[in-house]
Design a protein around this ligand. Sequence first.
Ligand code: NAD
Ligand code: GLY
Length: 336
Amino acid sequence: MYTIDMMLSKGYQIIIKNNLLNDIDSEIKKVYQNKNVYIITDERVGAIYLQKVEEALSSFSVQSITIKGYEESKSIETYAYLCQRLIELGATRSELLIALGGGVIGDLVGFVASTLYRGMPFVQIPTSLLAQVDSSIGGKTGIDFLGHKNIIGAFNQPILVLIDPTVLSTLPLRELKNGFGEVIKHALISSKDLFDLINVTKLDVSEEIIYRNLLIKKEHVLKDEVDKNERMKLNFGHTFGHIIELKYNRLHGEAVLDGILCAIDYAIDLNILDKKVKDEVISLYKKLELDYKEYDYHEFLPDFKYDKKNIAKTINLILIDEIGHSLIYPVGESEL
Ligand code: NAD
Ligand code: GLY
C-alpha cells in the first residue's frame, strides 16, 4: 500500500492498494460525513463493478447513474444529462459525487462537480490504467467542444482518490496499452529510472509503478496547480496528441504515443535531441507491443492555435533533450 498527500489549494489523499474496493466505505467516511452519495459510472465499468461498490458503501445511501462512456460522452449533452439526473435525484450541494471509471468518467464528473450548485465534493475511483496513473489526480476536469479536446473545463480537486490496481485485470488489453502513453510520457519528461524499469516490467502494473507515476505527476502539479509553467511539462506529446486523437480517431493514450514521436522529431530537427533517443523510445514501444503510428508533425502545426498552452499567440511546446529531462519551448506565430 502507498499513500500520497496532495498539498494543494484543497488538500487530499491518494491511496493505492490492491483490493482497496473492499475498504472504500471506511476511507470515504473519513472525509465525508453526510449520508447521500451519487455514483456515476459508464456501462462497461458499471457492469463489472457497480454492484460491488454500491454494496461496499454500506454506511451511505447510494444512488447511481450509468452513462454510455467513451470520448463521445465528454460532451456538453452528457454534462447536461448528468446535471439534470442529479437534480431529479434530489442531490444537494454538500452531497458527494463518486466518479467510478476511466478518464472520461473522471473528467466529466469532476466538471459536473465544479459547476453544479457552483461546486460539489467528489471522490475519484479510477479504474483504467490511464486514470490511475494520471487523470484522477491533479484536478483537471472538462469536456470536449466543437471538435476540440478539453476546451471547456475547470481546475477542481477531488476530496479523495482511491486506486485499486487489481481492477486492471478486467481492463481490455488495448486500454491497458493505451495507459502506457501517459506512463512513458512521465518517464520521458522526468525519470530515466522509470523508463528503464518499464523496459523490464513491460506491461505488468504494480502498486509501485502507479505510485512512481503519481509522484512524478504530484511533483509537477504541486509546483504549478493551474498549469502556467512547470505543470505544462505533463503535456509532453499532447499538443500533437490532442490533434491526432480527434482527427484520426485514436484513443487518448495511443495519440499521446504518436504525439511523443512528433515532439521527438521536432526536437531532433531543432538539434536539441540525439536521434538515438527516438530509436530507444520506438524500441520500448515495440517491446510492449504498443499501437503507435508515425506522422509528419508539420501537418498539425496549423491546429496549434486551439491548444490550451496557446498563451498570447505563443505555443509552449514541451520537448525533451534527453530521456528523463524536459523543457518548455515557446513557438511564436511566425515560426508556425
Ligand atoms: P475511458 O474512460 O473511456 O476508459 C476506457 C475504456 O475502458 C472504457 O470503455 C471503460 O468502460 C473501460 N474500463 C475502464 N476501466 C475498466 C476496468 N477496470 N475494467 C474493464 N473496463 C474498464 O478512457 P481512459 O483512457 O481511461 O481516459 C481517457 C480520457 O482521459 C480522455 O478523455 C483524456 O482527455 C482524459 N485525460 C485526462 C487527464 C486529466 O488530467 N484530467 C489526463 C489524461 C487523460
Ligand atoms: N495530464 C496533464 C496534467 O494533468 O496536467
